[in-house]
Design a protein around this ligand. Sequence first.
Ligand code: ADP
Ligand code: MG
Length: 578
Amino acid sequence: MAIIGIDLGTTNSLAAVWRNGRAELIPNGAGEYLTPSAVSIDEDGTVLVGQAARDRLITHPERTAALFKRDMGTEKQFDLGGRKFTPEELSALVLRKLKEDAEAYLGEPVAEAVVSVPAYFAEAARTATKRAGALAGLTVERLVNEPSAAAVAGRIGEGDEEKTCLVFDFGGGTLDVSLVERFDNVVSVTAVSGDNRLGGRDFDKAIAQGFCEDCGIDWDSLERAQRELLLRQAEQCKIALTNQKNVLMVCALGEGEPASLTLTNEWLIRKGAPLFKRLTAPIRRVLADSGLRAESLDELVMVGGSSRMPSVRGYIAKTLGREPAAGARPDTAIALGAGICGGMKARAEGLRELVLTDVCPFTLGTNVANPADPARPILSPIIERNSVLPSSKMGLYCTSYDNQTNIDVGIYQGENLHCDENTQLGMLHISVPPAPRGRQVIRVRFTYDINGILEVEVLSQEDQRTDKLLLRGSGVSEEEARKRMEELSRLKIAPREQEETKAILAKGGRLYASCVGELRERVLMMLGWFQEQLKSQEPLRIAKAARRASDFFSQVERCMGETGLEGPEDMESWWEEA
Ligand code: ADP
Ligand code: MG
């Protein structure tokens, strides 16, 4: 059975499937690939999803909801004609529509999907996305980050060199900028930034207001419905300007002659100047965070509907001094990438197994005693924000008073000092034999996988008693979660790479045994450094370290062949880099 990929967007959603050796977009009942992420309840209680609902935003705003993805994972209530819905439930309705369209198109039931989410989505929003899937009758085990999906679709997964790709995702209401690195078969999001108040809608508004300005209409005195109408008109003109030099905007607001104006891209750039300026701030931030210069980027991938605007493409191309990659289609790349991930998950032939890693957007930790205020324990981070996933880290803790026999191990998520200011995810208890304070030590291990499943293990040193807790998005059974966990622990490092690292370690050992003096010391240092890198469990870091160590050992080998004693000429620079 096929596993489909879904781009569950703020403005539009779409689905794709891996079939006959390629990712294929799935049309909806209307033959369109894009289904607006809007839900409306008809007067007779019928749920409308997609374009129909989007159109009703103008006619029936009180029975219609859109842009709910922005509130995913919160308890916010949307009122649709007297019935209340959470963002999760509204998303489930969109997902159900996509599932039904896919089943009709494929002619078979669809039970599972890989859904893309913004890289900055926190635990609650991710869990809510999975639950939305479950509510729609779809198993959503794997979430993929939107920029990773775009990068995969943009063929960043091909070829052998290391690549750093900047993904510029400019949608209807948000701008997300991410750095995606690929090395060998590992694709990682390494930095994210963005502006969640900047999107295509702001250009619609700039056009509508510019139109009013030039036609002598007072925008502020217009009624809500009139504004909505102007905004819709403005959007259509904006889209027309993608392939046309100019477009005539006509709008009839009440009686009299309709107002009209010829729009061009130059006009748009003038009216939207402040918006264009805001496009580059997040780009600067991700580059600065990663210590990269624009020149060192290998690829620029522009996705999201608003990236189709020639003015936006031109502006970004000029800023970065490079053209966007031709391969990625702005409005479909993420869905196609998610479709490819669905294929990978279904273990389709012809798909090279990629390891997709992610950064953890929040800190996970446990409570420790707070001497200053015993009632408010402090959060001790175990897995820190921006750690590369999957990640497994351990902390050591001891008893905080004499003869303490019970230790409560709280599990928290958040960035604040006190535990009560963060989100509690769970609690484990462990008993230890009585002893003076500080004598009994326990080990707490957090393992967080790429699907947002957290496993916490507590071990007491005395009797090796272990207690485990598995926290996961609901909609997945305990057993399933355990099974996935096992699968993933095997996936942490691709087996092929394990073979490679073993070979490198063996070679280093051999070189160490066969040379002397300074060279021997350097081999030892490299071996130590490489083993350190392996401990990090970060696939990207390990892949890079493996390449470096293997090159280094090859050079050592060559040098030994020559003199048997001296190191490679550029040894120092190698070392500095390492
Ligand atoms: P989201 O990721 O927020 O769901 P999309 O990537 O689907 O959004 O982008 C939707 C936005 O793209 C809307 O603001 C829409 O007006 C804009 N858009 C779509 N097609 C074009 C086009 N051809 N030219 C300019 N803007 C476009
Ligand atoms: Mg999007």
